[in-house]
Design a protein around this ligand. Structure first.
Ligand code: FEO
Length: 381
């Protein structure tokens, strides 16, 4: 039987490890994922969030290692997305528990699962349950309109849901038990691929979290922050501030190697100017692995050969994904080789112009990249 893991007195992790998952709706999860649910016991029993539906039995086993599922009095749902709400209806049916969520959360949960004993909570509202007192802070768009975080005052635990999460499956549930380099890298990747489009709202959530001075941050994915709270706050400070590094990310596909030659020449020019250059051939690099670098890069270069008068499908998918995540303030270069009519460079520019980025220049060649004119890069500082 799966066991609960204690995180504080009468507070347990009862989530699930999805160590096999490698795609989270298009986000490559090389280290798997966890769905974190938390159980608080005592005079009353509280469940905070749940797991993806297919992991319901695993969560029920972990809860049962502490108490009977029927004893759950209250379910707090910080976020109605399927990876956190998938087992709520099952627990509510077994226990008759009341379900607390924001008004938007109640609406979504009702839509997804039907009637339960719902209670909508407002910003700043508190709830005393047994020896615990909870404060609810709505954090809309971090990551859906319904999101909130819940602060448990006795142990100063912030149940932050998607905020401060990482896709990282480990039997070690605390940050102190795994490499800080890995947990922060995964937190950065998570930020860039999940919540980056909502940076202003994330900043508000970050400021609210800091003001609570939590001793423990218990997110809904990945490790629980206890030792490195300052580090995860600093990472979110950097990411939400739009801080930029002297870095160029060169993303491309290539048909016969000519677009790759242009990529290298553009990269050499950036290197000559002292910039860090990251090359990414989309035939081998996953787009989700690029977003953290693009978020903090000053320059994005996108290249594609012309295929059927437009861009390669891999480049189209990348541009669609990247533009949707809205990385801040980029200057871009479009490039590619073509045989006769061209079309790819124009298409790249249209997409990046529409996304609001600043064009530095474009460079193309007919078949072979000879005598490329990169004069437009002279002014780059
Ligand atoms: Fe992990 Fe927005 O759900």
């Amino acid at each position: 039987m799966m066991q609960a893991k204690k995180i504080a007195k009468n507070v347990y992790w009862v989530g699930a490890e999805d160590f096999n998952v490698r795609s989270f709706h298009g986000y490559k999860t090389g280290r798997g994922a966890t769905y974190n649910a938390y159980l608080l016991t005592g005079e009353k029993t509280v469940l905070i969030d749940s797991v993806k539906k297919t992991f319901t039995d695993e969560m029920l086993q972990r809860i049962s290692s502490v108490t009977d599922v029927k004893n759950i009095d209250i379910i707090i749902s910080n976020h109605a997305e399927f990876d956190h709400s998938g087992a709520i209806k099952t627990v509510a049916d077994i226990s008759g528990a009341q379900v607390y969520a924001t008004a938007a959360g109640v609406k979504t949960l009702k839509n997804l699962y039907g009637d339960m004993d719902f209670h909508a909570v407002a910003a700043g509202e508190t709830l005393s349950v047994g020896e615990f007192e909870f404060a609810f802070l709505p954090t809309p768009m971090v990551h859906w309109p319904d999101n909130m975080v819940t602060f448990e005052k006795k142990n100063k635990i912030l149940f932050s849901n998607d905020a401060f999460g990482q896709h990282l499956s480990s039997s070690n549930i605390f940050d102190a038990e795994i490499s800080l380099e890995i947990s922060l890298a995964e937190a950065k990747k998570y930020y860039a691929n999940i919540v980056m489009p909502f940076a202003p709202q994330v900043k508000k959530a970050l400021d609210a979290a800091k003001s609570l001075s939590p001793a423990i941050i218990a997110p809904s994915h990945g490790v629980i922050w206890t030792k490195h709270i300052k580090d995860i706050f600093a990472l979110y400070d950097d990411m939400t501030s739009g801080k930029k590094l002297d870095k160029a990310v060169i993303v491309y596909d290539t048909m016969w190697g000519n677009t790759e030659i242009i990529a290298k020449q553009i990269g050499a020019e950036f290197e000559r100017k002292g910039k860090q250059v990251i090359y990414a051939n989309l035939q081998t690099v996953d787009r989700s692995d690029l977003m953290a670098d693009i978020a903090e890069a000053k320059f994005l270069c996108v290249g594609s050969p012309t295929l059927n008068a437009t861009i390669m499908p891999s480049v189209a998918a990348f541009l669609n994904y990247a533009a949707g995540l809205k990385p801040p303030a980029l200057s871009y270069i479009a490039f590619g080789s073509y045989g006769w009519g061209g079309g790819a460079i124009k298409q790249i520019c249209e997409i990046l112009d529409k996304a609001g980025y600043t064009k530095l220049g474009e460079v193309g060649c007919i078949y072979r990249p000879e005598n490329l004119n990169l004069d437009f890069m002279d002014g780059i500082e």
